[in-house]
Design a protein. Sequence first.
Length: 278
Amino acid sequence: MKISEQTISALGSIITGDGGCSPYRTGQKLVSFFNEFGSEDTYGSGFPSRRNYAEDKLREFNDTPAMKDIVVAAFDPRHFLEKEHDINSVVKYLNQFLEFDNYELRPTGKRWEVYKLGGTQIDLSHPYENSVEITHIFIDEQIKKCDKKLAEGDFDGAITNARSLVEAVLSEIEKEFDPNPPEYDGNLPKLYKRVQKHLNLSPGQEGLAKCLRQILSGLTSIVSGLATLRNRMSDSHVISYKPLEHHARLAVNSAKTLCDFLFETKEYQMQKKKNSNT
């Protein structure tokens, strides 16, 4: 995470408490704060001004993974307990600066997390959103994790969750058509072929327009690509290629597009079957 000098100045005043909007940290507490991220400083004679020390440490950690952890730690809600300072106002203040660096602090549970701004992202709703079944909750979690990890810059993790999302959706759809499906052996393309048959999505079916045949073939390619991409670029295997943001965003958006189409097709096929039985 890399932030500008203006943001360093704003964040420094928040960490020291000199700006009056956040709790005050003594020199010793500032040393302890930054030592949590790998520094080995000591407080004593010749120590610089608190403000200069904080800003110099922020420059030292700038453009490293630790910077994101420092920002999150600066807004640990426990630091604001029983104080007259409003953490929401402080977050709003810093976000004015972070926005220029393409970042934003957002609430996540009881804590605050740093999210990366920018980039096109597809939203995905699913028919299991209000379900309490474990598999349905897992699907919802994978969607949220895809978005969260993209925003946090964890591109390896985003790719892993994109494949996990497709696996979970395919497995759930298969169970809706086959109460006793074959055990999933980790072969994603093979699982997709079985679901393909249930949903009548085979590109080779007769009477299918050429354009639709090409699109259905493309869905098969997405599944195969996600399987290969995850093996070579995700955090679940030894990585042979380091994914960049646009790689991870492509994987996540492709997975969401595929799942959205599968949900729609499943509903269509089930309604069609229902109508034929009445």
